[in-house]
Design a protein around this ligand. Sequence first.
Ligand code: PEP
Length: 252
Amino acid sequence: MSRRPFIAGNWKMYKTGPQAVETATDLAKLCSGINDPEIMIAPTNLSLPLVAQAIKSSVVKVGAQNLHFQREGAFTGEVSADMIKAAGAEYILIGHSERRQYFGETDTCVCQKIKATLGAGLKPVLCIGETEAQRDEGKTYFILDKQVSDGLKGCGLGELSDLVLAYEPVWAIGTGKTASIDQVGEVHQHLRSLLGRLFSKDLADRTRILYGGSVKPENVKDIMDIEDVDGALVGGASLDADKFIKIIKYNE
Ligand code: PEP
């Protein structure tokens, strides 16, 4: 089964609105005419509507980095899936390791966010990954299995057709360390078979599984060539349009 490759940029808490619009506009120009891969950038929620508006006629899609799982209410400082959708996003990153690590997000909370995202008709990018200590203790698959099964608990097969999974070993995010080709290949194959066991072979075959963790122009081709890797979630190297386009054009 062929899956459309997907390169996504997570801009984290970088760039003011005007800076985000400038980079997004530059990137949109550089991406003109590209069909594959699918491209997405996730600016801050504050910049999201500005960016979405600025690049609405380009091939570059926009995503959010986080949401609150309630539709509305007295939740000071939070933003709902409906608000994110109205701002022009198509995707939402959920369960990024920085959210888990610094904001205490549990798998239960991740699951609530997945459901809110699906309920709003948006596409979730479920981020999972083990820490260095968990890998050293041989707990990698235990952790990943729990993050996937608890994060998607109660989701119906029919709801998950747009699910994207992003495997991001925590020890490789922003550190310059990349998981080896063998490590990435083994985990991605494991995750696809897990989706098959939890849901169906068809869903497992259709779901795109991205790798994230210090992806850059120099290593993206080797990563994208790994079987079962369908794309990349890129942090630092997505902040600069000239650098990010080299990742997007990994096949040239
Ligand atoms: C990320 O934030 O999801 C990420 C993978 O960051 P970096 O590419 O900087 O390691």
